[in-house]
Design a protein around this ligand. Structure first.
Ligand SMILES: [Zn+2]
Length: 968
């Protein structure tokens, strides 16, 4: 207590002194008074932020918004935050504001630049200095040194990524003001050597929804608006910062635009979920594709701030641990992957801006010698104080050492260019003659969006014994952003004995896009004749006329390319058939599932339309003089619904991205809509249920509570209800909903479940004879696994090869039979590893008194038969539903040794050979269950066609009639 009082006295004295030194700069008295009132304890402030300087004619947040940054019980909407930044930019020649783009819901997405007047005036010149340093191929070291001397550091601070982490948005307004007006040497150092970029809100859609939810009970104590933040952005919630690989979200694309336009040397993302301030470095394993220099820089900066804050007497500021530093899916990899420094804070959360007693966890550790307080009063202003102070310390340090960090930026770029001939590889090649040119173009466009250059071979070239045809694409590793390309295209190996990973451990994009990529170490590849692709890589497409005669039909191959479904849904007026078997026409081969569009059945302008659409979508349209003689069925245009729960909408958001990105229309409905509609079949043909919960009962039971909980637009919540709305989100699918789904399927509907949502049909009788298999030893966290097509007659795998790479994370593992035990290990069984017994950990167990290979012979024969003669085995007895058996269309690779493509794996025997994609007929319809997730973070674009095949062929999912007896 004594310490507290004395500190406040000191604070007062400091204020007096500053006031006395008014000749230097006046203090904003009213603002400063409010800062002090809102700070709960001197432990939670520093000399850097316990006052605000005044500047004539420059408004602080108090003048524009009527409150200070971090005022209790106040959260600012994005419009207010932008209003403040506009006012500041208008008043101060040291600040400019740029609109970079829009959000999915149409809000502005901005970046502000703050520096001294002259620098801000010459911003473009400074941008071009760092742009030149970013590409060392065009510079001598002497030229680079001159640029380093002339250049300034771009330090980019970003807030408001996670909508429930609210303090950064308020803080960044004050930071911009302070940087613009404070004349102290400490701040002048930043202004003179750095250009501070500020994006106050990375996810403005989610910010406004959160402010609605948090402020509603303050505006109307009787409000029924729920305090659950169901949607943040349009698509995803908390995982919105894990999209830097797939770039599926507008915010990720906007971030990349700023990263490639300004080349910030530091990107610093502000989060709020640790006590009191965690500064990123991580505990490893660190991403193995980064230059070690960047990892050293993480530590240098983190320790500057830990030290600076500790010297100020702030407890609980620490680094190391918390996360690993392995996956490049984080937003700040827009910096790490581009020779800059990506980092983040986790400050004690400000949440709904209420001041309350808070407790923290986190004991004294080697990496945290000064642990957080156990219990304390915490306010929004405390959060603003702490993150602003540390950020200023970091910015000041980097600014004071700007030559060194600019030189490192240049050096890392240089080492990235040298990579091709030093550590390698020299290049990745996407060989010409690719069966899926549209998929490979999509993958290469994604790399281009990451700033990676793509070349195209002018002639065939040979590396070792392999010849690559002209037209092969080459991703050279002697370019500045080679490391980003390498970490996305290479395979990952994660040792499962490392600390538990924070997120995915494998993400290799070749297999996930169903595109062959070849890693080449021989630098000879760099000398192959090739040309830089200017503009986005585009697959060839458009109409190819027959050598002679008029066109009887247009043919489009099904190569499991996403564009095929896009074309089908665009061509609403066309009658299109899908071939049920492979065929040849005009010397070309067409896979089963290829489109046959008869001239006689379609309008006269079809020719012209298909040519245009084929060019735009990268699909060759082959004009044939005769209609191929092959059995067909209609390529359907189903009425689609995507079902969401009222518990969580995050992971199904990636499914909506897959559909939206490919132009596939759907209704977005809740479990309540299914519960309340006994005639679903009248409205929909296909219902998709994205990943939700592995606990099927929780989907049925839904949200509890004793009062109505609404999610809707009201005068005090104008930002809610955009995606879906309800007066009361309590309750789930209910048993009525299960029955409605069953009736929907039985009357010819298709129900598709992704990943853990497959527990619902398994446990509620919509896919009889199978169950979720308990696993005891399996370690298969988010990675890429090999899967094998076991039933080539199914339309689901039209266009696919025999194997593919799929994203899978730990569960569900599906098995035939009733699955006794439901996932609970038997008493006494070990969670991991082999049973205790003879030999070493890697040896097989030996049971005494029986042959080692007991049962193996029949198992192998059975598996072989299963592979050779689909359809696969089905359930027997055990209460299985009457009717046709479920068919395994794809299974996980049959041998544990083959299973892992990228990531980590142990106990793979439990996953090997299990069903990965199942077609379970029921009545006139089907349930399709994915054990893996075909729609994950826009990274799994090679699995999308499995879903799209299901949509276009929903009425004809049985095996092709001539290949096997129909299953009905
Ligand atoms: Zn966060």
């Amino acid at each position: 207590m004594k310490r507290t009082r004395r500190a406040f006295v000191c604070l007062g004295l400091a204020l007096l002194l500053l006031t006395c030194a008014a000749a230097a700069q006046k203090v904003h008295e009213e603002y400063t008074k409010k800062i002090r009132e809102a700070t709960t304890d001197p432990a939670f402030t520093t000399k850097y932020v316990n006052f605000l300087p005044a500047a004539a004619g420059i408004p602080s947040p108090l003048e524009v918004l009527g409150h200070i940054a971090g005022a209790p019980d106040i959260l600012s909407y994005s419009a207010d935050v932008y209003k403040y930044f506009r006012a500041l930019a208008q008043a101060s020649p040291r600040v400019r504001l740029f609109t970079v783009g829009k959000t999915e819901e149409g809000r502005d997405w901005v970046v502000a630049a703050v520096s001294d007047e002259k620098t801000v005036r010459d911003l473009d010149a400074y941008k071009s200095v760092t742009a030149r340093l970013a590409d060392p191929r065009t510079l001598t070291d002497a030229e680079a040194q001159a640029l380093i001397k002339r250049g300034k550091i771009f330090y980019w601070a970003t807030g408001g990524m996670h909508s429930s982490e609210t303090g950064s948005v308020e803080m960044l307004m004050e930071l911009a003001y302070r940087l613009a007006v404070d004349e102290s040497p400490f701040i002048r150092t930043i202004r003179e050597n750095a250009i501070v970029l500020i994006t106050p809100i990375l996810e403005p859609d989610g910010r406004d929804k959160y402010v609605d939810v948090a402020m509603a009970p303050r505006k109307d104590p009787k409000t029924t608006i729920t305090n659950r933040l169901l949607w943040w952005g349009k698509y995803v919630a908390h995982d919105n910062n894990r999209d830097n690989i797939g770039l599926g979200l507008a915010l990720s694309r906007n971030i990349m635009k700023v990263a490639l336009d300004y080349h910030p040397q530091v990107m610093h993302d502000l989060h709020e979920s640790a006590s009191h301030l965690y500064i990123s470095t991580g505990g490893g394993p660190y991403n193995a594709w980064l230059d070690p220099i960047v990892i050293d820089e993480w530590h240098q900066l983190a320790y500057q701030e830990v030290d600076g804050m500790t010297r100020e007497g702030v407890p609980g500021v620490w680094t190391h641990a918390y996360y690993d530093g392995w996956a490049p899916n984080y937003a700040f990899y827009a910096a790490n992957g581009h020779n800059a420094i990506g980092r983040f804070y986790e400050t004690q959360g400000a949440g709904d801006a209420a001041t309350r007693v808070t407790s923290a966890s986190g004991d004294r550790q080697w990496y945290r010698p000064n642990p957080p307080l156990k219990q304390f009063v915490w306010s929004m202003r405390d959060n603003v104080n702490i993150q602003q102070s540390a950020l200023l310390i970091g910015m000041n340090y980097v600014a004071a050492n700007k030559d060194r960090y600019l030189e490192n930026f240049y050096l890392k770029g240089k080492r990235s260019v040298a990579k091709a001939r030093a550590e390698g590889p020299a290049a990745y090649v996407v060989p010409g003659g690719d069966p899926r040119p549209g998929q490979s173009a999509g993958l290469l466009r994604l790399l281009q969006a990451q700033g990676v250059e793509i070349h195209r071979a002018d002639k065939a070239f040979k590396i070792g014994e392999t010849e690559y045809p002209a037209g092969s694409y080459v991703v050279r590793m002697d370019q500045p952003y080679s490391r980003m390309a390498d970490m996305l295209l290479d395979r990952q190996y994660f040792n499962i004995n490392d600390p538990s990973p924070y997120d995915d451990v494998g993400w290799t994009l070749g297999p996930l896009f169903n595109v062959k990529t070849v890693r080449i170490e021989d630098p000879a590849v760099l000398s192959a004749p090739m040309t830089l692709v200017k503009g986005p890589v585009q697959a060839p497409g458009g109409l190819v006329r027959p050598a002679a005669g008029s066109i009887a039909a247009w043919l489009i191959n099904n190569g499991a390319e996403n564009a095929l479904a896009t074309l089908r849904f665009e061509a609403k007026g066309l009658k299109i058939a899908a071939a049920e078997k492979a065929f040849e026409a005009g010397g070309r081969k067409f896979n089963a599932g290829s489109f046959i569009i008869k001239a006689a059945e379609n309008p006269a302008d079809t020719d012209k339309w298909l040519d245009e659409a084929g060019r735009r979508l990268g699909l060759p349209v082959i004009g044939a003089a005769a209609v191929p003689d092959v059995p067909v069925h209609e390529a359907a245009l189903p009425r689609i619904a995507v079902m969401h729960t009222w518990q969580n909408t995050q992971n199904e958001g990636w499914l909506r991205i897959a559909l939206d990105a490919n132009g596939i229309p759907y209704d977005y409905i809740s479990v309540h809509a299914v519960r309340d509609n006994a005639a679903l079949r009248g409205k929909y043909d296909v219902i998709l249920f994205g990943p939700s919960s592995p606990d099927a009962l929780s989907i049925v039971a839904g949200v509890g509570g004793d009062k109505p909980a609404a999610w809707k637009k009201t005068p005090i919540t104008p930002n809610l209800g955009t995606e879906d709305a309800t007066d009361d989100l309590r309750g789930g699918l209910e048993f009525e909903g299960v029955i409605h789904l069953r009736d929907f399927i039985k009357s010819g509907g298709l129900f598709v479940t992704l990943g853990n949502s497959s527990a619902l049909p398994l446990q509620f009788g919509l896919a009889g004879g199978m169950s979720v298999k308990p696993t005891r030893a399996l370690w298969a966290r988010g990675g890429v696994f090999k899967a094998e097509v076991t039933d080539k007659t199914s339309p689901l795998v039209y266009g696919y090869d025999d194997t593919l790479g799929v994203y899978f994370s730990q569960a569900p593992v599906i098995g035939f039979g009733s699955g006794m035990g439901g996932g609970y290990p038997m008493p006494g069984t070990q969670a991991t590893g082999r049973p205790s017994g003879r030999g070493a950990a890697s040896d097989a167990d030996v049971v005494q008194g029986r042959p080692k290979d007991m049962g193996q012979k029949s198992l192998e024969e059975f598996r072989k038969a299963q592979k050779d003669a689909p359809p696969a085995e089905g359930p027997r007895g055990g209460g299985a539903a009457a009717g046709p058996r479920p068919r395994t269309i794809i299974r996980f690779a049959g041998s544990a040794a083959d299973l892992l493509i990228s990531g980590g794996l142990a106990g793979g025997e439990e996953l090997a050979g299990t069903p990965a994609l199942i077609d379970a007929p029921l009545g006139e319809g089907h349930t399709i269950l994915f054990a893996f997730n075909p729609a994950w973070r826009h990274e799994t674009q090679g699995s999308y066609a499995l879903l799209f095949n299901a949509l276009l062929n929903y009425k004809n999912l049985g095996p092709a009639p001539a290949s096997a007896p129909a299953s009905k």
